[in-house]
Design a protein around this ligand. Structure first.
Ligand code: HEM
Length: 552
């Protein structure tokens, strides 16, 4: 029921609102405000040329639509990879309606200044950009400053030859199990409609065994205590739905959809499975016989001097939920955030890059022949490859590096200025020297990995698949930049390259890979249909259909 006071107020309001001048004034205020904010945005990026779309490329309105003439969406750097940096390697995107201005760069020199980390940089990884990696607790990927240094010091020793040998052994085992279980030998010719189904399973198996220390096998994955899901299914579901769990409000997770319910069961199963594992692991650490990263990590932390040792507060999970302030759970699992980050940072990235490599080799038979020739020379046919062969199989790795250059999984590196600072921006190609640019505290700079990998300053004819670019390069050289550069570069690089080299060596020695064409489709059409990007959390390739034929 309305009061007289409310009625008179309401009628006054109705009259005012009816008055067209009032609406005009509102619109004018909005437009003037937007123009002021837009001009301020342009000034803050020193009028660097670039795009002036309505929304920020990572903002909700923009990601609802693909990149088109009027919108720059999350895939703008892929969709416009041939035009974004034609005139300038460093550009700005300043939204006219919603969002903050950002600077985007495809120049390595600028990338080193902002993304490489370490003591001397004035840039840091903002928490919002690493949110997807915080679900299972603070970790190396998301940490910053002194806490990051401690995590890296503790994680570093776990990434040793001891671990890589385990990765090699596990990859061999997984390959043999895959061939036997899927009955490849009996078939002779094997059609795989989506090669990612195999590469994702391989990546999970290797990470499961070598990072978590779970005893996984291709045919009989162990079950959780309840027996409802295999550990592989749990890991897959956890990895598959973690974006949903970060973005969705809590009530969504109670909806009776199969995928959501399965995700809930998977998270609970993972929690109880990890608890069981931690109890067992404590005994193993004392016995000193396990080589997986989980055990090596706990051991490394135990051995650290107290200055660098991670405290319990730094180890426990900060369960990040954007709808509520962060809640600190004092859980008993130690190192859990760092173990989980390996799953998320290492699973999709490796599996997609491996799928892309097989796709490129399928339509570049000369490149495939060159790789197989080296495998035959180094390993021959009478034995399995050994970890010691890794350095000599550089053409195998070159085929992978070149595919990863086309589809750099870690496609954008987001950084924010922690103080007012100066960026030295190299002048356009063909001109010597650099131009200094003042950057204000809070300015976001995005290193565009796609832009770098397609930059003609670094790669002659960048859209041509040429593994020979990498022949003769040391496997660990920073000349290959898709794992990032400097102290904050990917800690899992050798983990991934060891796994991939071993798997491709076994697979390509015995099986010729060709594209699985649709009826009447040419190789060129297959290439256009398949070798295109798909961006979720990382950048991957679309589903790759392949045929494998047993070599004589
Ligand atoms: C093809 C495979 C991979 C690619 C292309 C890749 C790429 C990258 C890139 C570009 C970064 C830097 C991100 C940034 O600074 O924002 C990074 C960091 C990281 N990667 Fe990888 N990665 C791969 C595989 C792996 C694997 C297998 C693991 C673990 C076993 C892993 C663990 C990590 C971690 C923990 C970081 C954070 C390092 C730090 O901040 O100190 N990655 N990766």
């Amino acid at each position: 029921m309305s009061t007289p006071h409310f009625d008179s107020y309401f009628s006054y309001l109705t009259q005012v609102v009816k008055f067209p001048g009032f609406l005009a004034a509102l619109v004018t205020i909005f437009v003037v405000n937007r123009i002021w904010v837009f001009l301020h945005g342009l000034r803050s990026v020193h009028h660097l040329p670039g795009y002036r779309p309505p929304f920020h490329p990572m903002g909700l309105p923009a990601v609802l639509f693909p990149t088109t003439w009027w919108n720059t969406s999350l895939d703008v750097h892929w969709a416009r990879r041939s035009s974004l940096y034609t005139d300038n390697e460093t550009i700005s995107i300043v939204p006219t309606l919603i969002g903050e201005p950002t600077i985007w760069t495809s120049n390595l020199n600028v990338a080193r200044q902002v993304a490489s980390g370490g003591n001397r940089t004035a840039f840091f990884k903002p928490t919002w950009s690493a949110r997807a990696f915080l679900l299972w607790g603070l970790n190396l990927f998301a940490a910053e400053g002194e806490v990051w240094r401690k995590h890296r010091r503790v994680m570093g020793p776990a990434f040793s030859n001891e671990l890589y040998r385990l990765v090699w052994r596990q990859t061999l085992k997984t390959y043999h199990e895959m061939i036997a279980t899927e009955k490849w030998e009996e078939k002779g010719t094997v059609d795989i409609p989506v090669i990612q189904n195999l590469t994702f399973k391989l990546a999970l198996q290797v990470l499961g065994t070598c990072a978590f220390g779970f005893p996984l096998s291709w045919d009989e994955p162990p079950r959780t205590a309840s027996g409802s899901l295999s550990i592989q299914e749990v890991m897959h579901s956890v990895a598959d739905t973690h974006m949903l769990r970060i973005i969705a409000p809590k009530w969504v997770l109670r909806l009776p959809f199969q995928k959501i319910q399965q995700s809930n069961v998977a998270y609970e199963s993972m929690a109880s499975f990890m608890n069981e594992q931690v109890a067992g692991r404590k005994v193993e650490i004392q016995d000193n016989n396990s080589k997986d990263a989980f055990t090596l990590l706990v051991k490394a932390n135990e051995q650290e001097e107290s200055k660098y040792k991670l405290s319990d507060d730094e180890l426990v999970g900060i369960f990040y939920c954007p709808q509520r302030p962060p809640i600190i759970y004092h859980i008993s699992w130690r190192q859990i955030g760092n173990i989980f980050v390996m799953l998320f940072a290492g699973h999709e990235t490796t599996a997609n890059a491996l799928a892309a490599t097989l796709g490129f080799l399928a339509i570049n038979q000369d490149a495939q022949d060159e790789v197989v020739e080296q495998i035959n020379e180094v390993v021959g046919h009478d034995r399995d490859p050994e970890f010691e062969d890794y350095q000599n199989l550089n053409k195998v790795l070159a085929a992978f590096f070149e595919a990863l250059r086309f589809f750099p999984s870690g496609h954008i590196l987001i950084r924010e200025a922690s103080e007012d600072t100066i960026l030295e921006i190299p002048n356009p190609r063909g001109q010597e020297g650099t131009t200094s640019m003042a950057i204000s505290k809070g300015q976001v700079v995005i290193v565009d990995m796609v832009g770098i990998q397609y930059n003609p300053r670094y790669f002659e004819n960048p859209t041509s698949y040429r593994p020979s670019r990498w022949h003769g390069m040391n496997n660990d050289s920073e000349d290959f930049t898709a794992f990032s550069v400097g102290p904050r570069a990917c800690i899992g690089r050798k983990f991934a390259t060891t796994e991939v080299t071993c798997f491709l060596t076994m697979l390509l020695r015995d099986w010729k890979v060709t594209p699985k064409l649709n009826e009447g489709e040419s190789q060129e059409e297959w290439k256009t249909r398949v070798l295109d990007a798909k961006i979720v959390l990382t950048l991957g390739v679309r589903d790759v259909p392949l045929t494998f034929v047993k070599r004589k």
